[in-house]
Design a protein around this ligand. Structure first.
Ligand code: CP
Length: 307
């Protein structure tokens, strides 16, 4: 069975194949008829044990654009609230002849765990603070679209690195493709051994921005913290927030990314998020093509389609 559990398990060759497949699907979804009949014989269940706007809708749209049958499951309105386990839940869904499961879960490693206990193709749509592989794929695809080759590009990831699955999956993807990566954020939100992943820590935001081509701004994930991380939001904004005055004061142009959801006025102001420097909505647009590519490639292995 083929899964997408994390970028950690992919090679640079896999990443290039996904991007090249997404190039073709991006062309498809920009046509007047946005659908292809490729996956008419595939049924996909989208299981969300944690809230989502972009990832959930983007997966559903990608599946529908490929003509797959789709069912959606939200844990809060399911029998999980009556005590049903993850494995029982998924095995009951699979009994309805489902081929593939897209799952978001608050626990790191939930996708890996599930893949060892059920017979279906699993796609990780975000597992706690661990990985968010399709987000990193759409992020790096968006960089590739603007800059071409990823090798040698300088990317800084700014904010709550400690709780960010987006940061970890981005680091894996960018490093596999030869980019230079720095991380910038408060010490209290920086994982201890982050440099072992081949990235450098730059605590000063202005220095980080002067160094990079692209800044990926992250939200502080208060929902994953037991205690307050930093003296105050005001101090976070002063030291790690990006605004138009700061962006305009740099000696070079920096492209701004954000995975969403944005906390406007905290990590990024509206005049940056909505500016010509921002590719935030391009990222969202590319999410559909990337997820079509991932699902198509996994389904090809299940059904032995011709590529
Ligand atoms: N970027 C992202 O994962 O957003 P959602 O939580 O809305 O899916």
């Amino acid at each position: 069975v083929s899964n997408l559990l994390g970028i950690k398990y992919l090679t640079a060759e896999d990443l290039h194949l996904i991007f090249e497949t997404a190039d073709q699907f991006k062309e498809v979804i920009n046509r007047p008829i946005k659908k292809v009949p490729s996956l008419r014989d595939i049924t996909i269940a989208n299981l969300f044990f944690e809230n989502s706007t972009r990832t959930r809708l983007s997966f559903e749209l990608a599946e529908k654009r490929l003509s797959a049958d789709v069912i959606n499951f939200s844990a809060s309105s399911s029998s999980v609230t009556k005590g049903e386990t993850l494995i029982d839940t998924v095995n009951n869904i699979l009994a309805m002849k489902v081929d593939m499961v897209v799952m978001r879960h608050p626990n790191p490693g939930a996708g890996v765990f599930l893949s060892k206990h059920v017979k279906a193709s699993i796609v990780n749509a975000g597992d706690g603070a661990h990985e968010h592989p399709t987000q990193a794929l759409l992020d790096v695809f968006s960089i590739r679209e603007k800059y071409g080759d990823i090798a040698g590009k300088k990317i800084v990831i700014v904010g709550d690195i400690m709780h960010s699955r987006v940061a970890l999956s981005n680091i894996f993807t960018l490093k596999k493709l030869g980019a230079e990566v720095k991380v910038c954020g408060p010490n209290s939100l920086m994982p201890k051994h982050i440099e072992s992943l081949g990235v450098k820590v730059e605590p000063n935001l202005i220095k980080a921005l002067e160094w990079c081509d692209i800044a990926n701004m992250l939200r502080v994930q208060n929902e994953r913290m037991e205690h307050s991380y930093f003296p105050s939001t005001r101090e976070y904004v002063q030291q790690y927030g990006i605004n138009k005055t700061l962006l305009d004061s740099l000696s070079k142009s920096v492209t701004i990314m954000h995975p969403g959801p944005i906390n406007r006025g905290v990590e990024i102001t509206s005049d940056v998020a909505d500016s010509e420097h921002s590719i935030i909505l391009n990222q969202v647009e590319n999410g559909v093509a990337i997820r079509m590519a991932v699902i198509y490639l996994l389904a090809s292995k299940i059904k032995n389609y011709e590529n």
